[in-house]
Design a protein around this ligand. Sequence first.
Ligand code: GLY
Length: 426
Amino acid sequence: MKILLLGSGGREHALADALSRENTPVEIVAAPGNPGIADLGRLVSIDASDPRTVAALAEQEQVDLVVVGPEAPLANGVVDYLQQRRIPAFGPTMGAATVETSKADTKALMLAAGIPTAHAETHRVASEAKAAVRARFGAPVVIKASGLAAGKGVIVCQTEGEAFDAIDRILDDRVFGEAGAECLVESFMTGEELSLFAITDGHDVMPMIGAQDHKRLLDGDDGPNTGGMGAYTPVSLSTPALVDDVTERVFLPTLHALRKRGTPFTGLLYAGLMLTPDGPKVVEFNCRFGDPETQAILPMLTSSLLEPMLAVARGARIGSMPPFTWRAGASVTTVVASSGYPDAPQTGFGIELPSFGDDIRVYHAGTRRDASGTLRTSGGRVFAVTALADTFGAAQQASREAASRIGFDGAIHRRDIGWREAARVG
Ligand code: GLY
């Protein structure tokens, strides 16, 4: 089984790690990959977002499956092009990927299909968006750029003034470029967030265990938003009954609405949920595995990831497949980032990486090898350090300790990943 894996982050390293632990021997070619994935397969340096380049590599390598990690290749139609060339690919088409690439379209689809989500309006003109805030929403309120904005396009505003400023920056200043051609004015929801992933063939779903990520830079969920500073699973709030409820009221009706629209979704559907006092509501969908939740979730998997992925990529149904199974205990992932992250990460520093046992997984993200083979930092988020243990508390402590042993100049990490769960389970 030969797999072409697209992407270069910690999520892709975790996917490569899970796939290389399958019972079926797997050969991994990663494009462009990273030095961690290089230990599990071969790297090829191509533009992974270009459909023709990816298809040419897949044909040249005669791969059995292409797995797409990040959203950019999906938004560019890599899967559409691979499907035309009859190359099995795991991930949605460009039309289905709009669940993530157009928050405006997806909000309209959810509201029309009765899927639980916050009330929202879409606006293109700043004065109209501001009038909506003043007349119908008030504060706090959430202002969102509709398109892809590298995780920075959602602004929670505590006052009307903050909302007006966010609207100006999105619609008039175009700080997110064309992603800000439309903005959503959305009711503020209270509760805890939960990330729930499901592999889907477009009809049926195989949900994974729920995870919680930590978007703020600093302990206590303080400081600026980031791509994610850590995650943990399982989340005790994510009971089997809750997952069933989300399947019935969110995943299945969303998939039905997407089929009806003529853009059936296959691949990994990521529901970002708010667990409100009125039940779970969708904050957003993503069309791919989450980062860093994947680095916490996949090491807990004890059944095959490859089998449902391959079935979906080949156009088969997964409804009769057994559900995923998971090891007991807990998994906590701490991200180690460069100083200056997220605004101006300082990179290029040599890295000292201690060796760890199998219950600590160090997933590379912003690393590279220089001409002499020395491992150096090359990005904002450098590693995701996952600890597996029998209890949440032990996993949290092991993840924190392992993260603090990773040495490079200016390394930063949070020390409180999973603090909500710690308060629940002690
Ligand atoms: N963890 C957030 C994301 O993957 O978008």
